[in-house]
Design a protein around this ligand. Structure first.
Ligand code: TXA
Ligand code: MG
Length: 348
C-alpha cells in the first residue's frame, strides 16, 4: 500500500519527514516533489533499492538514474573527476534544475547508472527534496515519478495515477514550480554538451562556461543518431491521443486547427486543442484548453505535462496544438512536445 502525506513546502518541520526518511534508509521507494517534476526516490548506493525503481516505473534497465545530493561535497564521493567547467556550473546553478554528467566513482553501482561508467548528479533546490536528502543521509536516485512512457508528474495526483500500490510513499508538496525536467549537461566531453534541454538554457550555460553544444540527436528529428542520454531515445511523454503540432503564422495556425477540429468533431471524434490565453477564444470545436500565456513561457512549461494528462483522462483521440518555439525556454518546451507528438508537425 502507498501512503500519502501532505507537506507544506514553505513551512514544514523535519519530523514530518521522519517516516519517509526511514523508508529511504531501509531501501524503499518514496515519491517527492522537486522544483522540476516529482521524483521517485530510492537509495542510490543500494543496488536492490535502485532496482525497485525500474520495476515500479516499468523502466528499461539501460536507462540510468540521476543521483540527487544536498551538499556539494558529495560530488567528491560520487564523481571520479571534477573538471573546472563543472566547478563553475555547480557554483552558478546549484542548487537548481541542472543535472551534470561526470565520470563515476567506484561507490556508484552500475544498477544506478544503467551500466555506464558515468553518473548524472543534481542538487535540487526544492526545500522538501533538500531536507529529505540531508536528514536521511541518503543520496537519492530519482527518475521522474511516472510510469515509463507517460508524461512526467507535476502534481502528487499524477504520481498516484501511475504508481499507487507500487511504491511505499508519496509526499504531496503541491504542484511543482518549473514543470519540465532538469537540463542535462555532459562535462566529460571536450566541449560541454546539452543532452536534454531544460529551464537552464544554452545561453545561461554559455554565460558561465563559454561554448556549449547540443546533442545533435535531440535537435534533428529525422536523424538515426543515438542520443547520448539513453532516456531521450524512448518514445516519451506520450499521451494516449495523437498529437499534431501546427507551426507558422498564428492566424494560419488557428484557422487550420479550427478546420481540422471541425472535420473530426462533426464525424464524432473527440478532439482536444492546446491554445494559449491569447488564442483560447479563437477556437470553436473540440475541448479547448489554454496551456498558459505567450507573454511568459514559464507558464507554458509549468502546465504542459498536466494538460497532456488531462486530455488522456478525457479520452481525447486527436490533440491539436500551437507551437511554442523560441531560443530560450521554448527549446525545452518544444523538445518535450515534439517527442509527445512523435515529431508530427504541420506547417500551416
Ligand atoms: O528534473 C529532473 O531531472 C527529474 C527530477 C526528479 O530530478 N528527474 C528526471 O529523471 O527527469 P529521469 O530519470 O526521468 O531522466 C533522467 C535522464 C534520462 O534521459 C537518462 O537517460 C539521463 O537522464 N541520464 C542519466 N544518467 C545518465 C548518464 N550517465 N549519461 C547520460 N544520460 C544520463
Ligand atoms: Mg523521466
Amino acid at each position: 500500500n502507498t501512503e500519502i502525506i501532505k507537506i507544506d513546502k514553505v513551512k514544514f518541520e523535519t519530523k514530518e519527514l521522519e517516516e519517509a526518511i526511514n523508508i529511504l534508509r531501509r531501501g524503499g521507494l518514496v515519491a517527492f516533489p522537486t522544483e522540476t517534476v516529482y521524483g521517485l526516490g530510492a537509495n542510490a548506493l543500494n543496488e536492490e533499492a535502485a532496482r525497485k525503481i525500474y520495476a515500479a516505473k516499468g523502466r528499461p534497465s539501460d536507462n540510468p538514474l540521476i543521483i540527487h545530493i544536498a551538499d556539494k561535497d558529495a560530488l567528491n564521493e560520487l564523481a571520479s573527476e571534477i573538471p573546472k567547467v563543472a566547478e563553475n556550473l555547480v557554483e552558478a546553478f546549484w542548487p537548481g534544475p541542472l543535472t551534470i554528467i561526470f565520470k563515476k566513482s567506484d561507490k556508484v553501482p552500475m544498477s544506478t547508472t544503467g551500466g555506464l561508467d558515468t553518473v548524472a548528479i543534481r542538487m535540487p533546490e526544492e526545500p522538501i527534496s533538500l531536507a529529505l536528502i540531508k536528514e536521511s543521509g541518503v543520496y537519492i536516485a530519482a527518475p521522474s515519478a511516472n510510469t515509463s512512457g507517460r508524461p512526467s508528474p507535476t502534481k502528487a495526483e499524477h504520481v498516484m495515477d501511475d504508481l499507487n500500490g507500487k511504491i511505499d510513499m508519496i509526499i504531496d508538496g503541491g504542484p511543482v514550480g518549473i514543470g519540465l525536467e532538469s537540463t542535462i549537461v555532459d562535462v566529460t566531453s571536450d566541449i560541454p554538451t546539452i543532452l536534454r534541454p531544460g529551464f537552464i538554457t544554452k545561453d545561461m550555460l554559455e554565460t558561465v562556461i563559454g561554448e556549449v553544444e547540443i546533442d545533435q540527436a535531440i535537435l534533428d528529428s529525422e536523424s538515426d543518431i543515438k542520443p547520448k542520454a539513453p532516456g531521450m531515445k524512448y518514445k516519451h511523454y506520450a499521451p494516449k491521443g495523437d498529437i499534431t503540432i501546427f507551426e507558422g503564422n498564428l492566424e494560419d495556425v488557428i484557422s487550420q486547427i479550427n478546420k481540422k477540429a471541425k472535420e473530426n468533431v462533426l464525424n464524432g471524434i473527440k478532439v482536444g486543442i492546446i491554445a494559449t490565453d491569447e488564442t483560447v477564444h479563437s477556437y470553436n470545436y473540440g475541448i479547448i484548453k489554454s496551456i498558459g500565456t505567450r507573454k511568459d513561457n514559464t507558464s507554458i512549461a509549468r502546465s504542459m505535462f498536466a494538460l497532456l494528462r488531462e486530455f488522456d483522462d478525457l479520452e481525447v483521440e486527436y490533440i491539436y496544438t500551437e507551437s511554442f518555439r523560441d531560443a530560450g525556454l521554448g527549446q525545452a518546451i518544444m523538445n518535450r512536445l515534439l517527442k509527445a507528438a512523435g515529431h508530427h508537425v504541420i506547417n500551416a
